[in-house]
Structure formats: C-alpha cells, structure tokens
Design a protein around this ligand. Sequence first.
Ligand code: FES
Length: 213
Amino acid sequence: MLPIHLLIYTEVVMTDEVNSGRRRLLTTVTTGVGLAGATALAVPLVASMKPSARALAAGAPVEVEIDDLAPGQMKVVEWRGKPVWILRRTDQMLEEMASVTGQLSDPDSQVVEQQPAYAQNAHRSIRPDVLVVLGVCTHLGCAPSKAFDKGGSSGLGDDWVGGFFCPCHGSKFDLSGRVYKNVPAPTNLVVPPHSYVSENRIVIGVDETEATA
Ligand code: FES
C-alpha cells in the first residue's frame, strides 16, 4: 500500500498520461478530419476541372465530309448521342417527294420546333440535294429504317415513292423526314442545327446563322 501523497501523485501522472493520450488521439483525429476535409474539398475541385455532365450531354459539334456520298446514298453520324442521317437526294427523289405532299401531315413544316428557319422550305434543307435530319421517330423515339424501294415491293403500298418507315408502330416519313397522315408520329423528323464549312463539309451542331455571323 503506497502512502497517500504517492497515490495522489500517481493518480495525477496517470491522469496527465491519459489526457496526453487523449490529446494525441484528438490531434490524430483532428488531423485526419482535416485531411479528409481537404480531400473532400479537393475532389469537387478536381471534378470541377473536368467537363461537366451538362457539357458532355450538350455534345460538341460534329464535322462530316460528304464528298464520298453518291446521289441516293445516305450516311449516319452520331451527334449528342443521336443518329443524324445525311442523305444526298437525286433529282428524281426530289421530284417524287413533291408528288406526295397531299399525303403528309405537315408538308410545309409549320411546326417550327422541328427545324431551323433555314430548313423550313420544300426540301427541309439548306441545299436541296442534301438532307440532314435526326433518325429518331417523333412518336416514341424508335429508329426508323430506310425504305427507299418504291412501289409494292416496299410493302408500303403501290404508290410508295421512298422514304423512311418506323417499325415500332408504323409511322412513315418522306425523303425530307415529313410525316405522313394517319400514323402515330405527330410531327416531322427534327432537322438539327447545321451549316457548311465548305462545299462538301457539314458541321452538325453549329447553326447556319452562327456560322455566318
Ligand atoms: S416510335 Fe415510331 S411509330 Fe412509334
């Protein structure tokens, strides 16, 4: 049994050691929290240096060469995660397209949201021969198919002059992406903003008015 003053001293020393241990623990925890906080602050900082999700979703313009596109041929590129069709129409296609306007819901492209002002014309394009349109059905977003074969062999009627057919619910579009009457799709296909940087080079996503401004 230790004398009472030694007991008190031992208690004080132990208490100091415990407090010292607590201080060390607190220091460690505080430092850890500080580092964690700094890391937590650093992550949003690094994240903020990357392109934002909104910027990625917005998508960059896409340039497309069309000098390899023969009359009657179509190519597909992706812009903002959606297919964009580029069709070089023949003179015959343009003539036959004009013959079906009575069967269309919006032959004059009156629904202005479906195309830029510079594509609100008979051929829905800047150049009559080159159609640029989103390959996304305006009903529920399926991908329509090319239906360029004409007449009965197309399966779309003897008077079919070529266009696009959506297999999901049977919507039909002409070679300008104008929707036929009496089908589920309510509007013409969307013409995206686009412009020409040279005779055979199109940039999808840059409006003609921006390109010429
Ligand atoms: S999604 Fe094309 S007709 Fe329904």
